[in-house]
Design a protein around this ligand. Sequence first.
Ligand code: FAD
Length: 276
Amino acid sequence: MNPIELSFEFFPPKTQEGLDKLRATRAQLLPLKPKFVSVTFGAGGSTQQGTLDTVLEMGKDGVDAAPHLSCIGSSKESLRAILNEYRSHGIRHIVALRGDLPSGMGEVGELRYASELVSFIRAEFGDWFRIEVAAYPEYHPQSRSPRHDLENFARKVKAGANSAITQYFFNADAYFRFVDDAHKLGVDVPIVPGIMPITNFSQLMRFSEMCGAEVPRWVAKRLESFGDDRDAIRAFGLDVVTDLCRRLVDAKVPGLHFYTLNGAAASKAICGRLGF
Ligand code: FAD
């Protein structure tokens, strides 16, 4: 039995090769007995079928598999149809998000924020779904101020979320402070740290720039210094992220949610070092 609950996030593969890889990843990660797995959703519904297919694939043999659902660019009618389809497949767990519209793509839609999506799901589907929402220990890149972002997070939870998963971070103190501040605003649901294993320097810097996660200067400098030496990047990344996870586990966080990017090796190695 793991001392804390694990979960793994995947994205819908676009090719047969990608699907084969994901199946192999699933086979390697399921022995770690995750509490659930989740599958991302492209804003505006671009992966709608792929998300469902992947959830059904990952959810075989009784695994709790939760689709993500983003509301930006969608009508209530289309969101209702997707939720009804999820329900008809017996899916009872969902990650509710606003999402990001690709620049130049369409209208905002009928629901502007994740809090409105959570309220919509609760109003239309009652308690059928367990709802996860996103949290940002280093604050959402578009937020007006840290305080405003925290208040919006609290509003989203109060709209009916059962639990939250954070954007990835490498500064544990940002997470601890965020959780304390959220508690002060009356948030009492688990806030599970999102963990990004480090395997690729340029990809990490690109993602982090987009989502507003800070890569500490000393980590970026060291990773950059390894150039094309992918083994050195992986080994150093494994040390850094395992240390972060150890700190979090020692602080008795409610779980760890791994952004696997559909690969098993890095998440498995971290869990192995943690003794899971
Ligand atoms: P919200 O909670 O709605 O917040 C968005 C912004 O609006 C914040 O700045 C917030 O402060 C502000 N805000 C909120 N409410 C109000 C209000 N009432 N008035 C004014 N401002 C407000 N994206 C995808 O496209 N697909 C995915 O599958 C996906 N999965 C994710 C999983 C996790 C665990 C995380 C952390 C992120 C994921 N994302 C995904 C990214 C996410 O969609 C983006 O970060 C998006 O920009 C914000 O989504 P949100 O649900 O956090 O938005």
